[in-house]
Design a protein around this ligand. Structure first.
Ligand code: DAH
Length: 341
């Protein structure tokens, strides 16, 4: 294959002169070789073709190794704070834990959960990825139901859903406790979780925020229990007596559904910049729809329950007079350091 060897020499000479080395693969030298293949007698074509391809691969490898040595940096192991093989004295010092602080959303979540724990609730965390069944169907949003549009859900190409509310967990929580309910227990569960919505972002709207959901199911549970539970929780949280009121609302998964408001804990209904007119709408709630119970295989003729869901970010904003919800995920140390604990 003298011809191939000649071509290699020509290509090497050309390669040395090129500024942009990748141009070598488009050299006329290669074009000449490839154009000869069809004209060869069939029994020679295979061998010649392979030799030309081999030559091309040689140059491809040359280019790849060039890239390796110039632009590719060693991979960073994001899980390791330092190279564990380096001797102890050469390892960087990990910053002392006292330099960090608990994020205000997490310390508030702990606070809320401990109140509910004292009220006899179990806690179960929601998921970061879920499916259409738990996001909609199990919550009595039939296929094509217009209320689905109220939740601007993010969806993966495979059709999975980043949950837009913690209610996605209701079906699982109920199914897992069906036996306990049927043995006469009233189950009480709170579900903290991160939720995601395709929102237009501004000082009051984030694409990612936290919710706390609550589910109570048993025999003879009624709206009185709903109101008393939420009022007790809010009074414990704000450490003062509060008035509460409900207004009719619509959620597919509760019937009746309410918007729940409390008298403003900051001005006692006088009107202030938190509440405006003395009342603060705080969460959505209602009596669990019979179809939601049925979907969890619980008999709605025998058992009833209530549920609620509300945002955590807003509670924290009100408490600490934070004017922009986007601070929470900004990673700004100046913001976070104010909550040092
Ligand atoms: N999932 C609702 C939302 O994010 C809030 C909600 C309303 C939750 C009523 C509930 C409920 O459990 O019963 O908008």
């Amino acid at each position: 294959m003298e011809q191939i060897e000649n071509a290699r020499q020509n290509l090497l000479a050309e390669y040395e002169k090129l500024d942009d080395k990748t141009k070598i693969l488009r050299s006329v030298e290669f074009k000449k070789l490839y154009s000869q293949i069809p004209a060869l007698p069939p029994e020679q074509r295979g061998e010649f073709g392979q030799a030309v391809n081999g030559l091309k691969q040689e140059f491809e490898q040359k280019l790849a190794s060039l890239q390796d040595s110039t632009s590719t940096k060693p991979a960073i192991d994001v899980t390791a704070p330092f190279d564990v093989n380096v001797k102890l004295t050469d390892q960087p010092q990990v910053l002392p834990a006292s330099n960090g602080s608990i994020h205000p959303l997490m310390s508030e979540m702990d606070n809320l959960l401990s109140i509910f724990e004292r009220m006899g609730f179990e806690a179960e965390e929601s998921r970061a990825i879920d499916d259409d069944y738990h996001m909609f169907e199990a919550l009595n949003f039939p296929e094509g139901h217009p209320a689905r549009d109220d939740y601007d859900t993010f969806m993966t190409e495979e059709g999975l859903i980043a949950p837009a509310h913690t209610s996605t967990m209701q079906n699982r929580v109920l199914k897992a406790r069906k036996e306990r309910i049927e043995s006469g227990e009233t189950i009480q569960v709170v579900i903290p979780g991160r939720v995601f919505r395709n929102e237009d972002l501004d000082a009051r709207h984030e694409h990612t925020f936290y919710q706390l959901e609550g589910v109570v199911v048993g025999e003879g549970i009624n709206t009185g229990h709903l109101i008393a539970t939420l009022q007790t929780f809010l009074e414990t949280y704000y450490e003062k007596e509060l008035e509460v009121k409900t207004q009719p609302f619509y959620f597919p998964f509760t019937e009746p559904s309410f918007e729940f408001a409390m008298s403003c804990p900051f001005c006692d209904k006088a009107g202030c910049k938190v509440c405006g007119q003395g009342w603060v709408e705080i969460l959505g709630c209602g009596m669990i729809h019979p179809n939601v119970l049925k979907m969890a295989d619980i008999d709605p003729e025998k058992y009833t329950g209530f549920a609620w869901g509300g945002g955590i970010d807003r509670l924290v904003m009100m408490k600490h007079d934070i004017e922009d919800v986007r601070h929470f995920h900004s990673g700004k140390l100046d913001f976070l350091k104010q909550f040092g604990n």
